[in-house]
Design a protein around this ligand. Structure first.
Ligand SMILES: *Cc1c(COP(=O)(O)O)cnc(C)c1O
Length: 433
């Protein structure tokens, strides 16, 4: 994107910087020299303030599984708007939505709806502590579980991109109870649980690490986590805010056939509207107020607009899973394969990761199995690749430490067009010193 033809975005960015820190409302949206400002979105495309069109593989960080402005969801929301948007009292549709989530997600015997993923993981951790009466939690380097105090330690996503994996403003007392271990290292987990397993309330994990680029769990890693948590009475929380409805309808739980004690859902869950959920075993969820002593509340939780959008999307997924998932996977697989082939052509040392509708490239000759490996990849090459893609109308998340996503809106024309642009972008990356 050259400066001359993106003057509207630039002007908006200058204005935004004066009122919003960094000109954005979430740090992951900021990139150098300045982000493009979007006017509207439809299907697989974003349209910016300067009239540029982008094929979108960020998909709002994975949330838009159906692409943008999906007609069924838009219609359902329009109908709801005529009936009001927030009641502060229960509705039938939030019960229906919760039942649909339970139907799709293996561990969810009971759940509660919240508004964001951050809320979901914050409350899941609190519930695990309340239920076990234990204080400590284990999280893994590079896993991102939202921006609350307990889990913002060695975190991925924007925290990794901007080099602040541990935030200012979080008291040591808070994170003293957060044990951070490398991902994919079961011996490290075993050692900690042997030492202090009876003090650990929960292990929270992204079953597929999708917030430092894309990192797959080693064979049996998740099964071993399941076994160890049972042995030590630790609540296993799968943070499925990315993997949920993406790896499969039932997320990583279905894909790997492992049932955690609790799970968190978000992103895709709301069909483009803010909604998230935490839940799991009924016995554990019965500790939540007003039944039990763990407090959790939210003015906008389970609001009729978000629940209608989410229900509509979930109904479609339940009905059409057998065609939709293979389609999503096929597109991501084609893109990944092209990246592998083109890397070879340009003799570029890259690692291409792909699972279901997720994919990402790392510019390194070493396999990427954890946060430390991801940090080792060539960021200069990634940035050159990102900007060349953008210049030719392909938008991926503007950081090595994120993941790319396909949606059902991506057409075969989008894919072939994208592969041509991949060629240009890898050619440019291959020239980076
Ligand atoms: C995005 C994300 C969150 C946080 O969700 P928000 O809705 O942004 O608060 C938590 N966990 C994972 C795995 C995520 O990718």
């Amino acid at each position: 994107m050259s400066k001359s033809n993106s003057s509207c975005s630039l002007a908006l960015f200058e204005r935004a910087k004066k009122i919003l820190p960094g000109g954005v409302n979430s740090p992951v949206r900021a990139f150098v020299p300045y982000p493009f400002f979007v006017k509207r979105a439809m299907g697989s495309k974003l349209f910016d303030a300067d009239g540029h069109v982008y094929i979108d593989y960020c998909n709002a960080y994975g949330a838009m599984l159906f692409g943008h402005a999906y007609p069924d969801v838009m219609e359902a929301v329009k109908t709801q708007l005529a009936n009001g948007t927030l009641y502060g009292v229960p509705t039938e549709q939030e019960v229906v939505f919760a039942e649909l989530i339970k139907q799709a997600s293996p561990c969810m015997e009971m759940l509660r709806l919240v508004n964001t993923g951050t809320e979901a993981t914050m409350h899941a951790v609190r519930v695990a502590r309340g239920y076990t009466g234990r204080r400590k939690i284990v999280k893994f380097e590079g896993c991102f579980h939202g921006s609350h105090d307990n889990v913002l330690v060695k975190a991925g996503s924007g925290a990794a991109t901007f080099g602040v994996p541990n935030s200012l403003g979080i008291p040591d007392e808070t994170t003293r109870n957060t044990i951070v271990l490398p991902y994919n290292d079961i011996a490290a987990v075993e050692a900690v649980l042997e030492q202090e397993g009876n003090e650990v309330a929960a292990i929270i994990v992204e079953p597929v690490l999708a917030n430092v680029g894309l990192i797959l769990p080693k064979t049996n890693y998740l099964a071993a986590l399941r076994k160890l948590t049972v042995k030590y009475g630790v609540v296993l929380i799968f943070d499925e805010i990315i993997t949920g409805f993406r790896l499969a309808l039932g997320g990583a739980q279905e894909y790997f056939n492992i049932t955690p004690d609790m799970a968190t859902l978000g992103k895709v869950l709301g069909g483009g509207f803010p909604v998230a959920a935490f839940g799991g075993k009924a016995e554990i969820m019965q500790t939540v107020s007003p039944v039990g002593g763990v407090y959790q509340a939210g003015t906008f939780s389970g609001n009729p607009v978000s629940t209608i959008a989410g229900s509509t999307m979930l109904c479609l997924l339940l009905q059409k899973r057998n065609e939709l998932y293979p389609q999503l996977e096929k597109t991501a697989c084609e893109l990944s394969k092209a990246l592998v082939d083109l890397s070879k052509n340009y003799k570029l040392p890259t690692q291409i990761c792909n699972i279901a509708s997720l994919y990402q490239i790392f510019f390194t000759d070493q396999p990427v199995t954890d946060y430390a490996c991801a940090k080792f990849s060539n960021i200069k090459m990634f940035n050159a690749y990102f900007h060349e893609l953008l210049k030719h109308g392909v938008f991926i998340p503007p950081s090595q430490f994120e993941t790319c996503f396909t949606s059902i809106a991506h057409s075969s024309k989008d894919i072939s067009g994208t592969i041509e642009v991949f060629d240009k972008a890898l050619a440019v990356a291959s020239k980076v010193e």
